[in-house]
Design a protein around this ligand. Structure first.
Ligand SMILES: [Cu+2]
Length: 461
């Protein structure tokens, strides 16, 4: 739901605006987003027409036309972002959410973006991948003075080439990006472009990561690698909306990576091509079929495919630690360890000791473990067949024959045709063939083995 909040400023703010050349009759009213749900794509009401994108668990910024210039207003501010039902993070973002709204313009548009700083420290915005005058590039100290708290700056340039871009601060970056300051920018082609196909569904989202201790709300900003919340657009599974499409749709998914590590994004059931990068549309001769694409830090990859297989297809980062929420990877490996008698002994020393992982970790997906407030289970989500044992960067591509054109609503779980679901075998079963075992591999000595047991801690990730 969009709520228009009158921006408290008026004359004082205008006087503080720092780019004198810009016509500052009045600032466009910033639109503040209060919901983390995917907003249906807005039809452009003014300016050149385009086919809008759908920002997963996000929205697109409204604009106004002023003397032929498309004007946007971004407000950098502290926000509360629901990462999934049950957990809210105190982040920094734009216009009420992290990430900020997607900015959509058309190739050749003259664009003016007002940026108001409501953070406790200075900021800037860098327009990643854009061709623009050097002084509009947003690198604090290098190409412009920083935007002090309480001030509004204006950026103005012509969107020269069509493509998919990102925006983020280039000021105290470690803190401001760890806190969630980022957004998407799409420049649509002005006319039919030889390398940009019209598509039926056009999704976009950013990859971001946070380190939030179980029970707390604010990311630890000094973390470099050991994040515990891996997100699509600052949401984790099961809080990430599904990508709902009609069977036969040509689907485009634009994914930008603003985390500190690479993410191999994998789509089940279909092959896609990389039709563009943040450098622009890729030449046709450079496209080949893939089912996983690695998206490096600071890269955007644009995937395209025909959704011609009905079903609920997983779409996720292929790093298994990135499809878990907090607590996933400081747990000791206990698989195959015989704990009989041990638990009672440990519990004499550590009364609340709990055994985890003797048979693997799947039990964690079913168990309702006591969790600190504002903390998500490590593995969660329930599907039509039980616990999904996922978290983090995981969602579902839902392909349906009867999804109407332009309808982005969740159609529910797939109704599998009879006889097409893997099931328990009840017929004859031949003994499985096994490779012959060599004696050498069996000759382990049977010496005493020392076993160190550690109480799993809530403070790990
Ligand atoms: Cu990943």
């Amino acid at each position: 739901m969009n709520t228009r909040r009158q921006f408290l400023a008026g004359a004082g703010l205008l006087a503080a605006a720092s780019v004198g050349k810009v016509a500052l009759a009045a600032l466009p009213e910033p639109v503040i987003q209060t919901s983390a749900d995917t907003q249906p794509p807005p039809a452009p009401s003014t300016g050149r027409p385009f086919d809008p994108v759908v920002t997963l668990n996000g929205w697109s910024a409204p604009w106004r036309m002023k003397d032929g210039v498309k004007e946007f207003h971004l407000v950098a501010e502290p926000v509360e972002r629901e990462l999934a039902p049950g957990m809210t993070a105190r982040l920094w973002g734009y216009n009420g959410q992290s990430p900020g709204p997607t900015i959509e313009v058309v190739e050749g548009d003259r664009v003016r973006i007002f940026v108001t700083n409501r953070l406790p420290e200075h900021t800037t915005i860098h327009w990643h991948g854009q061709r623009l005058p050097n002084g509009m590039d947003g690198v604090g100290g290098l190409t412009q003075p920083h935007i002090p708290p309480g001030k509004t700056f204006a950026y103005e340039f012509t969107a020269r080439r069509p493509g998919t871009f990102m925006y983020h601060p280039h000021a105290d970056e470690m803190v401001q990006m760890a806190m969630g300051m980022m957004g998407f920018w799409v420049t649509h082609p002005r006319a039919r472009h030889p390398l940009i196909e019209p598509v039926d569904r056009d999704f976009c989202f950013l990859l971001s990561a946070y380190d939030i201790e179980p029970g707390s709300y604010t990311p630890k900003i000094a973390t470099m690698l050991d994040f515990n919340l891996w997100t699509f657009n600052s949401r984790v599974f099961p809080g990430i909306d599904s990508l709902n499409v009609r069977k036969g749709d040509r689907v485009r998914v634009r994914i930008g990576n603003l985390t500190m590590t690479n993410h191999p994004i994998h789509i089940h059931g279909h092959e896609f091509e990389v039709s563009g990068t943040d450098g622009g549309p890729t030449p046709k001769g450079s496209r080949w079929p893939e089912v996983t694409v690695d998206i490096a830090v600071g890269q955007m990859r644009q995937l395209e495919f025909i959704a011609d297989e009905e079903g609920d297809w997983a779409m996720h980062c292929h790093k298994s630690h990135h499809v878990m929420n907090a607590m996933g990877h400081d747990v000791p490996t206990m698989i195959g360890v015989d704990h009989r008698g041990l638990i009672e002994k440990i519990q004499k020393l550590v009364p609340d000791y709990m055994l985890m992982g003797e048979r693997g970790m799947a039990d964690m997906g079913e168990m309702e473990m006591p969790l600190p407030d504002n903390t998500l289970p490590m593995m969660s989500g329930h599907g039509p067949f039980g616990a999904m044992e996922m978290g983090g960067m995981f969602t579902v591509l839902k392909v349906r024959r009867d999804q109407t054109r332009g309808d982005y609503a969740d159609p529910g779980w797939f109704d599998h045709p009879p006889g097409t679901v893997a099931r328990e075998w009840s017929g004859e079963l031949a003994a499985p063939a096994r490779a012959p075992r060599s004696d050498a591999r069996l000759s382990h000595s049977r010496e005493t083995v020392e076993l160190a047991v550690r109480k799993p801690t809530m403070h790990g990730h």
